[in-house]
Design a protein around this ligand. Structure first.
Ligand SMILES: Cc1cc2nc3c(=O)[nH]c(=O)nc-3n(C[C@H](O)[C@H](O)[C@H](O)COP(=O)(O)OP(=O)(O)OC[C@H]3O[C@@H](n4cnc5c(N)ncnc54)[C@H](O)[C@@H]3O)c2cc1C
Ligand code: SF4
Ligand code: SF4
Ligand code: SF4
Length: 437
């Protein structure tokens, strides 16, 4: 097993998620980030096979992963994966909460674990000081570094490359990643006991889809903003829930649109969505100790409708429970357990929709003789509605040319987008049973 095999099976087969794990795991340090974050060989491969065995691109056996992490079989009918509890929570410190995406919970938990010497650092997706649009994996070992790496980056970040920084380091670490990164990390932990020993916990993000790593540059170009004139590009900058936002060299923030960020994101996911994301069936980081997403209080009535600016949490393992409980008792986070009948319908629908749509694509592509990822779960013939949705999605790919992207970006970031947003909201309320809890 060597890089040539990885390249043939995964990268050339269009199955690479660009998670960065092969770079992080290669003991010879001969894999580097190439164009658009695809890995390339840069040196002599020692044929240890670690990259092939850990890569989640072509294969992530959910049965094996479930037995490894939960000591139980994977049940495909459990839409949210193995789940023990759900919480709605936020960082107790207002500055930490404001520096995060939803409730700043991940940032709050990491700082709590670090300050209490439970961990020695965390692998997170950080900003690159030299290139405001480039995201990179970093090993954060101080609360400042963790704070600075807060907020979601809705683009391919390949942040697992920072696992190479754990080599030769003593201590225990948390790794934060997207569902595909969590799958790869778990595979790597199974074949590399030295790495497994260092991982205190695996935090996963919910992930509906992700975008090409050059999306920020395209947006800035479309807005006539020179990357060299800004300090940072945020996908969720400004006042919560935030939106696409730049911070100038003077430290002042400027929003890039006057609509909800979700209006922009839903269109951008269609025209910049990474192809491999349309073959991905894990929306909720099903193999993490804890996974995190946006809690939308507007979906609820009663007491829960007051918990705006919070993170929704899927706690899956004993380690996950220990972290949530101890951080709450310590006062680092404020958390409330969600009763089972109040689990978020939005999250369940999102996960079910992603699974159905992408399984339909896998089914079609497999039957057309194209390469598809293997999850060792039943992939059944899709129904008419799912096939229709898949067809609509394929049509949206027609808008991926430079001219179509340019026009859509102009529209989305113009005042006219507000009208589009109102029409879309009307459509969702009228036809899509919007706001379900
Ligand atoms: C690509 C993407 C898609 C998402 N899709 C959904 C969704 O459909 N529904 C939903 O409810 N939530 C989704 N989320 C999660 C959501 O945006 C928040 O990250 C989550 O609610 C946690 O918020 P927080 O305030 O607790 O985290 P924060 O305190 O802001 O911490 C976020 C942590 O995640 C790390 N991180 C950020 N971006 C990336 C990245 N691209 N790759 C790896 N690590 C990263 C940061 O370094 C930081 O440590 C998505 C996140 C991403 C990155
Ligand atoms: S480990 Fe990740 S980045 Fe490397 S080839 Fe596999 S999917 Fe791509
Ligand atoms: S991980 Fe091993 S097999 Fe893969 S490129 Fe590095 S040396 Fe080669
Ligand atoms: S959609 Fe899947 S493959 Fe794409 S970034 Fe998210 S977890 Fe990874």
């Amino acid at each position: 097993m060597n890089f040539t095999e990885l390249s043939y099976k995964v990268i050339q087969g269009d199955l690479c998620t660009r998670c960065g794990l092969c770079i992080g795991i290669c003991p010879a340090n001969v894999i580097k980030l190439g164009r658009d974050n695809y890995p390339v060989l840069d040196g002599d491969c020692q044929e240890c096979g670690l990259c092939v065995k850990s890569c989640p691109g072509a294969e992530a056996d959910f049965q094996l992963l479930s037995r490894q992490v939960f000591q139980s079989d994977y049940l495909a009918e459990d839409i949210q994966g193995h789940l023990e509890n759900m919480f709605v929570a936020h960082a107790a410190d207002e500055d930490v909460r404001a520096s995060g995406t939803s409730g700043g919970l991940i940032t709050g938990l990491l700082i709590y674990l670090l300050e209490n010497k439970i961990i020695d650092g965390a692998v997170v997706a950080g900003f690159n000081a030299d290139a405001p649009c480039a995201i990179r994996g970093i090993l954060a070992t101080t609360p400042e570094e963790i704070l600075n790496a807060g907020k979601s980056k809705y683009c391919i970040s390949s942040s697992m490359d920072a696992l190479q920084l754990l080599r030769g380091k003593k201590g225990r670490f948390v790794v934060v990643g997207l569902p595909c990164q969590v799958q790869g990390l778990r595979k790597a932990m199974a074949v590399n006991p030295a790495l497994a020993k260092k991982i205190y916990s695996v935090f996963g993000l919910y992930c509906h889809c992700n975008m090409e790593p050059y999306v920020q540059l395209d947006i800035l170009k479309n807005q006539n903003i020179k990357p060299s004139n800004i300090k940072r590009f945020n996908f969720r900058g400004g006042k919560w829930p935030g939106g696409f936002h730049v911070v100038g060299k003077d430290g002042n923030g400027h929003p890039l649109h006057n609509t909800l960020y979700t209006t922009i994101l839903n269109v951008l996911f269609k025209i910049y969505g990474a192809p491999r994301c349309y073959l991905c069936v894990d929306a909720l980081s099903e193999f993490a100790d804890i996974s995190f997403g946006d809690f939308w209080a507007q979906d609820y009535d009663g007491e829960l409708s007051r918990y705006e600016r919070c993170t929704i949490v899927s706690q899956r393992t004993t380690r996950g429970m220990e972290i949530m409980q101890n951080a709450t008792e310590n006062g680092a986070i404020i958390s409330h357990r969600l009763p089972e009948k109040r689990y978020s319908k939005r999250i369940i629908n999102m996960a079910r929709g992603k699974k159905r749509r992408n399984q339909a694509r896998i089914y079609r592509m497999h039957h057309n003789g194209q390469k598809t990822p293997k999850y060792n779960i039943p992939i059944t013939k899709p129904g008419t509605k799912t096939r229709f949705n898949d067809l609509i999605l394929r049509w949206t790919f027609l808008f991926r040319g430079p001219l179509a992207r340019k026009l859509l970006l102009k529209l989305l970031f113009s005042p006219a987008a507000k009208t589009f947003e109102r029409l879309n909201l009307y459509r969702k309320r009228k036809f899509c049973n919007y706001h379900g809890n």
